[in-house]
Write a protein that binds this ligand. Structure first.
Ligand code: FES
Length: 124
């Protein structure tokens, strides 16, 4: 990837994101929750709770986690790992690039739940 070319594709603008909160978008058919946290950071995680088929974007964002509104599972936005039960499996975390006002998300790779490095590349 050359400098200045964000990975992934444009999915939303910063103006369309709440000050703190999440918006569900479909990226190549993949449901993604694009989340802005209190410190202004933007994250992208799989939008489906791993406990049941519920959109995480409808949940509350607090610190660097998002809470599933149905049963209260929380997921760390940096690692995708659940930090509160009942969910026990992580959600995928996708690389995000913000360029100007545009948020790019790359759903062809995921960020490792362990150390934040890119771990897997989906085959096309
Ligand atoms: S559906 Fe998300 S915690 Fe149960």
């Amino acid at each position: 990837m050359s400098a200045g070319t964000p990975a992934g594709q444009p999915v939303i603008t910063l103006a369309e994101l709440p000050g703190v909160g999440a918006v569900r978008v479909l990226v190549d058919g993949v449901p993604v929750a694009v989340v802005r946290t209190e410190d202004g950071e933007v994250h992208a995680v799989g939008d489906t709770c791993t406990h049941a088929d519920v959109s995480l974007a409808e949940g509350e964002v607090d610190d660097c986690s998002i809470e599933c509104w149905l049963h209260g599972s929380r997921f760390d936005l940096r690692t995708g790992r659940p930090t509160a039960l009942p969910a026990i499996r992580p959600v995928p975390v996708y690389p995000v690039t913000v360029e100007g006002d545009t948020v790019f998300v790359d759903v062809t790779t995921t960020v490792d739940a362990g150390d934040g490095s890119v771990a897997a590349t989906k085959e096309n």
